[in-house]
Design a protein around this ligand. Structure first.
Ligand code: CP
Ligand code: NVA
Length: 291
């Protein structure tokens, strides 16, 4: 593959290789140190970030590559300069560019006009680097092909990538979302979609949630608080899952909204392992695209 823009367009065999590479990089970081010496990777952000910014910058450094972090305040994508022209310029300096954008179409434009790999660091459609870390974290618990994964909450970018990744790897995916917040139809193929959180979570091996209001949707926050009020993952809901079920959240979490402290801090919460796995996953993506 040239780019890593969506899980939906990643071949299942390639996704499996990426999961294996993520876990290999985690197990043997020193083996890959310096694999990308002399290469340069751009990291471009139109939205805030903690995990993505730090894991990608550190991950590139650990592989010997230089990371150049760009904020949209300086680039002005589509305002100071068109996305196509930014792409034509960046390909002259960089070996790969990874971007966090509002509109997925901006990533497609970048890919069309840059001959270097383009990586999605979150768009309105997908968050594929997150999903790679997610399925790697699930694989540390049990084979994804045997796992029942229940996502409770907004049918958003994170839900899309997770559903695409779990189903591609042969796992079973359920999504519980309020009416009107279900995942897009192209991400619902082979997925059990319900409006009942308890039905989705019953017997599941993994319970996953994300924020009710994503970045860029802040003006809807009030309405969403009401619409999602039955969708908090609390200990009672988590109790419907399998006895050894793990809890995942891409973070940042809004404790008291989509998840309670009791579940975030539960002995079977794996949210900080999952956050760590963002580092190994991004290194795997860079190695796969550039090494
Ligand atoms: N999960 C995730 O992408 O976190 P950040 O928004 O902090 O990068
Ligand atoms: N769905 C969230 C994920 C943040 C990592 C958002 O897009 O803001």
């Amino acid at each position: 593959m040239k780019d890593f823009l969506t899980i939906a367009t990643t071949e299942p065999s390639e996704l499996s290789e990426l999961v294996e590479l993520t876990l290999a990089v985690k197990a043997q970081a020193e083996r890959y140190g310096g694999a990308l010496t002399g290469r340069s990777v751009g990291l471009f952000f139109m939205k805030p970030s903690t995990r993505t910014r730090v894991s990608c910058e550190v991950g590139a450094h650990q592989l010997g590559a230089q990371a150049v972090v760009l904020k949209n305040e300086e680039v002005g994508l589509g305002e100071r300069e068109s996305a196509a022209d930014v792409a034509r310029v960046l390909e002259r300096y960089l070996d790969a560019v990874a971007l966090r954008v509002f509109e997925h179409a901006d990533l497609v434009t970048m890919s069309e006009h840059a001959d270097i790999p383009v990586v999605n660091l979150l768009s309105d459609l997908e968050h594929p680097c997150q999903a790679l870390a997610d399925v790697a974290t699930i694989a540390e618990h049990k084979p994804v092909s045997d796992a029942v994964v229940a996502y409770v909450g907004d049918g958003n970018n994170v839900a899309h990538s997770l559903a695409a990744a779990v189903t591609a790897l042969g796992g079973s995916m359920r999504v519980a979302a309020p009416e009107g917040y279900e995942p897009a139809s192209q991400y619902s193929v082979g997925v059990t979609v319900t409006n009942d959180p308890a039905e989705a979570v019953a017997g599941a091996d993994v319970v996953y949630t994300d924020v009710w209001t994503s970045m860029g949707q802040e003006e809807q926050a009030g309405a969403r608080l009401t619409d999602f009020n039955r969708f908090t993952v609390d200990e009672a809901l988590f109790g419907h899952a399998a006895d050894d079920a793990i809890f995942l959240h891409c973070l940042p979490a809004h404790r008291g909204q989509e998840v309670t402290d009791g579940v975030m801090d539960h002995p079977r919460s794996r949210v900080f392992d999952q956050a760590e796995n963002r580092l190994h996953a991004f290194k795997a993506v860079l190695l796969h695209l550039l090494a």
